[in-house]
Design a protein around this ligand. Structure first.
Ligand code: TLP
Length: 341
């Protein structure tokens, strides 16, 4: 099977499996797991933040960040296809008691000019803005990337108004590879960042929430409340350390394969995509011109040993990662051409 459904499907590398077997562990709820402590210190260093918290999933990391940075009854500004809005089961409302003020964008990238129009100061009539959440890279818009100046402008203007900024940086290492800007510089303007080690970086599970020490200490309590107080979890942290130190180097290969896929897709009749916009490892393309629904194309591809999902009634998504090489991408393109013929 050539699995292009997501980079979440990556399996731990042999080096990760060895490190997991040999990991030194302790009870992390007592703060006694040396491998988790090492991971949290390294993640904070890499992100250039005071502290980091190991969380089992990106969803939990985002949920804790939003809880830390908002009060009940506030609004969170996000783009209209943000993961926190569309794919986290209404967690912003369920856990933090906030509304999402969604902004429709062309590419998932918010600008201060768009935010300026919807940001709200406290008033007796409406819910004030507590937080701006930016997603970098942007998943559903095809792995699009923020320019550093745009993040800086949003954060400066937000902070000036007492509004905080969280980055859903599930794939911020892909953003760093695409722009050549180190992760610590990309996230310097924002209050908190969540990044995933379990996607393109290959760890079997695990994400990090990074930010000011005081906030992260409180976040540890929210993690426990959410049922995320894990025990001898150094076995996972050992794999995550390899993901953090070794795996970012090879993300450029995934980006080149995604570009190859999008260029190939653009040549298939009925498929619409602008390959020049593929900047990282996610390819989102419109199949409505084929006359087939994404679910039907998925089923036909599965019979040809290719896994790929629709993300709505017009679009499908292919995500490259280290378990699919150039030959697999070539074979996938052939299968798609046959499936939509
Ligand atoms: N994304 C998954 C699905 O949930 C859609 C995927 O296959 O891409 N932020 C972003 C931008 C994400 O893409 C994801 C996962 C998360 C947060 C949540 O991470 P997990 O799955 O670890 O909770």
């Amino acid at each position: 099977m050539i699995d292009l459904r997501s980079d979440t499907v990556t399996k731990p590398t042999p080096a990760m499996r060895r490190a997991m077997m040999e990991a030194e562990v302790g009870d992390d709820v007592y703060g006694e797991d040396p491998t988790v402590n090492r991971l949290e210190r390294r993640a904070a260093e890499v992100a250039g933040k005071e502290a980091a918290l190991f969380v089992p999933t990106g969803t939990m990391g985002n949920a804790i960040a939003i809880k830390l940075l908002t009060e009940h009854g506030q609004e969170v500004i996000a783009d209209s296809r943000a993961h926190i809005l569309d794919w986290e089961l209404g967690m912003v409302a369920w856990f933090s008691g906030c509304l999402v003020r969604a902004i429709q964008t062309e590419n998932g990238i918010l600008t201060w000019d768009e935010i300026r129009r919807v940001i709200r100061a406290p008033s007796p009539f409406w819910a004030p803005t507590g937080l701006i959440a930016i997603e970098n890279t942007h998943n559903m818009h095809g792995g699009t990337v923020y320019q550093l100046a745009a993040i800086q402008e949003i954060a400066d203007e937000a902070h000036h108004r007492g509004v905080r900024v969280h980055m859903d940086g599930a794939r911020v290492f892909n953003a760093a590879t695409a722009t050549g800007v180190p992760v610590r510089d990309i996230v310097a303007p924002v209050d908190t960042v969540m990044f995933c080690l379990s996607k393109g970086l290959g760890a079997p599970a695990g994400s990090m929430l990074c930010g000011p020490a005081e906030l992260i200490a409180k976040g540890r309590l929210y993690r426990k409340r959410l049922g995320g107080g894990m025990r001898q979890v150094g076995v996972l942290a050992a794999a995550c350390l390899i993901a953090l130190e070794e795996m970012p180097k090879r993300l450029g290969d995934d980006h080149a394969n995604a570009k190859f896929l999008s260029e190939g897709l653009a040549r298939i009749p009925g498929i619409q995509i602008a390959p020049e916009k593929t900047a990282t490892n996610i390819v989102v393309f419109d199949v409505s011109g084929t006359g087939l629904a994404p679910a039907e194309i998925s089923a036909r591809l599965k019979r040809r040993s290719v896994l790929m999902n629709g993300i709505n009634e017009r679009q499908m998504r292919a995500v490259t990662h280290y378990d699919v090489d150039r030959a697999a991408c070539s074979a996938a393109l052939e299968a798609i051409a046959e499936a939509v013929e």
